[in-house]
Structures are given as structure tokens and as C-alpha cells.
Design a protein around this ligand. Structure first.
Ligand code: SF4
Length: 226
């Protein structure tokens, strides 16, 4: 099967008891400002171009972002920052991503989370990361034939991505290259790039500025041959 089958299978996964409980509790309780909305409350699939040259790997859906809208990086402050940057770089058709039905499209890009269910405090356990890894592996298997660049947003995604790529047989150096903003690892036809995660802790404090995101995405564009 292809990506559509993978998306359907992941959307009903219940392998992590703590995360299943959390994602469903959050979806029932809701945040007051979203009280009239039906939350997704399930695992989140990858999203974007199935033949993308750029893969963007995040950590996990946010409780009231992806876990609410059903679409990765959609409906929260991290996504607001990220989609604005992707739009400036030509990887997104619109500068915002507010709901799964907003007409947004990714252009030559696809986003996928390292862990597919919203975790408490945005922190999956190592066990949850490992339980979810086969979904990442399967999606990478389908995407790597077209991908030229994999952009890891934050250290968690960087580690999960490099581990997954080495499981797929790519020659990841040992010791593992350290994560950093602008860090770059060439793996034959694929280059892995590091970018600070666009969380509010990073964007509100100026640790990650729009100009810094633009620099990394310009490099991603160059490496993508676009
Ligand atoms: Fe399944 Fe991954 Fe969600 Fe765990 S985090 S329940 S493995 S989709």
C-alpha cells in the first residue's frame, strides 16, 4: 500500500496507552476558545506532496493544534511561524494554516511528525518514541525515492530522523552529528538539515527568528534543486 493506506492505518493506532488517554482527554475537555469545535483527538498523519523533495520532520502534534485540527502544525503558534516561513520560501501556497479545510497546500514539501499523538507537555517518553518509530520508517520508505532534503525541527526530530535513516540503510556517521540550527549531514542523495523548532519558547525569545528560518529554508531550496 501507499501513503493513503498508511494514513488510514496510523489514524486508528492505539499502541501507547498514556498518549491515547491524553489525546482523547484533551479532545473531550477542549480549550474554551475552541469549545464549539470537534477535536480530531487521534494520531496525525503526514501531510503534503507525496513526491516531495523536502521532508519536514516535527516532534509531535500540539494538544490544541494538530490534535484539534487533524493536520500537522495547523492551528497553533508554531504553525503560524512555520507556514509564514514556508510561504516566503515558496514551499507553501498560503502564509497561514488554520484548519484542514483552509485550502493550504505544500509545494514540493511534506510534513511528518516523529511521534503521531499529542504528548503531555510536548514530551513523548523514549518508549513512546520507539513505539511510534515504525510509522516514521514506513512513511520514509515511501518518501525517500523522491526526497532530496530532510529538515529536522528541533533536537528530538533530528535524533528520531537520523535513527530512522540509519535503520533504512543510509550511512549516518558515527558518532552521530550534533543537532544545531543550520547543521547539515550529507547522506548521498539526501541531505539532513537542522532547524530550531518553531515553538513559542524559541520564537518569542528570539532564539529562532524569521531570518534564521529563511536562511535554512533557502538552503533547503538550493539542495532540493528548486
Ligand atoms: Fe500509535 Fe504513534 Fe500514537 Fe503511539 S504515538 S499511539 S505508536 S500513533
Amino acid at each position: 500500500g501507499g501513503l493513503a493506506e498508511l494514513d488510514a492505518r496510523v489514524s486508528v493506532c492505539r499502541a501507547c496507552p498514556r498518549l491515547v488517554e491524553w489525546r482523547e482527554d484533551v479532545a473531550r475537555a477542549k480549550r474554551r476558545m475552541f469549545a464549539t469545535e470537534a477535536y480530531w483527538g487521534r494520531p496525525i498523519a503526514g501531510w503534503g506532496d507525496p513526491e516531495a523533495r523536502l521532508l519536514i520532520v516535527g516532534l509531535a502534534p500540539a494538544a490544541h493544534g494538530g490534535n484539534r485540527t487533524g493536520r500537522i502544525f495547523t492551528g497553533d503558534a508554531s504553525g503560524d511561524f512555520l507556514f509564514a516561513a514556508l510561504h516566503r520560501a515558496g514551499f507553501a501556497a498560503q502564509p497561514t494554516s488554520t484548519s484542514a479545510y483552509d485550502g493550504q497546500r505544500l509545494l514540493q514539501a511534506r510534513m511528518l511528525p516523529a511521534v503521531r499523538c499529542a504528548p503531555p507537555a510536548n514530551k513523548p517518553t523514549p518508549g513512546e518514541r520507539d513505539t511510534c518509530a515504525p510509522w516514521l520508517d514506513r512513511e520514509l520508505e515511501l518518501l525517500l525515492p523522491h526526497a532530496r532534503v530532510a529538515l529536522a525541527l528541533g533536537g528530538f526530530a533530528w535524533q528520531a530522523l537520523l535513527t530512522a535513516l540509519s535503520r533504512r540503510g543510509l550511512d549516518v556517521p558515527s558518532p552521530r552529528p550534533a543537532f544545531g540550527h543550520g547543521a547539515e549531514v550529507g547522506l548521498g542523495p539526501l541531505t539532513v538539515l537542522g532547524c530550531y523548532h518553531p515553538s513559542q519558547q524559541n520564537t518569542f525569545t528570539g532564539r529562532l527568528t524569521p531570518a534564521m528560518a529563511d536562511d535554512v529554508l533557502a538552503r533547503a531550496r538550493e539542495l532540493s534543486g528548486l
